[in-house]
Ligand binder design. Structure first.
Ligand code: FES
Length: 255
């Protein structure tokens, strides 16, 4: 086996890597920051536009606002966005995701920007593990997973509400609602902690458990892809609802 020696300099971003690591570093960083800014805008400025009923004739609700708790909270202050009630769960789940950690440690904190790439000089030696706020929350990923599983079920329930609205309803937005539920399910079921539930801690798992574990392991290899697909499907679905509600797009109904 041949060994490649990397003679690293200590300057920030120095590396002997010859591949295109910077493209993915830039792309992931840009997308991550853009989604974070969009989410903050959803919460801060656009209070109720994502809530059920903004698309005439259809029953869409932004995935940022699910599950729909508005009916149970008639006393919720009008100045506060409903998204505050629910967003902690998907944000907690995604923020503590192993794949997501890789994205923000590399592309946002540059700590380090990539394998065999030197990080910021000022940050060297400052890594404190996951012991300080908010990073110690990463240790609770499996608990966020349990909440996310419930959330995933609600996304399918939302889809049923959309499709059964006034009898039967299928429009362009329904496709986005379906993709949202599908990709979220794939993202959750390919999670490392989810795989661990099925045999991760067993020395001799049953055949049934082992088969499930093998299936999830196959999904797990594509976890990064499902992460992005799920993120984009939520983003696009929310944006679509808003553009229709604001009159920039017209919903097309098929059925
Ligand atoms: S590791 Fe990514 S969601 Fe669990």
């Amino acid at each position: 086996m041949s060994v490649i020696e990397l003679n690293m300099s200590s300057e920030s971003f120095s590396t002997d890597r010859k591949d295109s690591w910077k493209q993915s570093w830039l792309l992931f960083g840009f997308t991550f920051v853009a989604f974070a800014v969009y989410s903050i805008l959803v919460v801060a400025y656009d209070f109720k536009d994502g809530v059920r009923g903004v698309v005439p004739g259809a029953d869409y609700q932004s995935p940022f606002y699910g599950p729909d708790l508005t009916g149970y909270l008639s006393n919720w202050p009008v100045s506060l966005p409903f998204a505050l009630l629910t967003l902690w769960a998907p944000f907690g789940f995604r923020g503590t995701c192993y794949y997501m950690r890789r994205v923000y440690y590399r592309s946002v904190f540059n700590s380090p920007p990539g394998c065999a790439v030197e990080g910021f000089e000022g940050r060297r030696g400052k890594y404190s593990g996951e012991t300080k706020f908010p990073f110690f929350l990463n240790n609770y990923h499996k608990y966020f997973l349990y909440v996310a599983i419930i959330l995933g079920i609600f996304h399918w329930y939302e889809l049923i509400l959309v499709v059964t609205y006034n009898g039967l309803y299928i429009g362009v937005g329904t496709i986005f609602a379906f993709l949202d539920a599908l990709f979220l399910t794939l993202y959750i079921s390919s999670c490392h902690a989810f795989r661990n539930i099925f045999g991760g801690s067993s020395k001799r798992p049953s055949k049934f458990k082992y088969n499930i574990w093998s299936f999830i392991s196959g999904l797990n290899e594509k976890h990064g892809i499902f992460f992005w697909l799920s993120l984009f499907s939520i983003w696009v679905y929310d944006l679509y609802i808003r553009l229709v509600a604001w009159g920039y797009l017209t919903e097309v109904r098929f059925v």
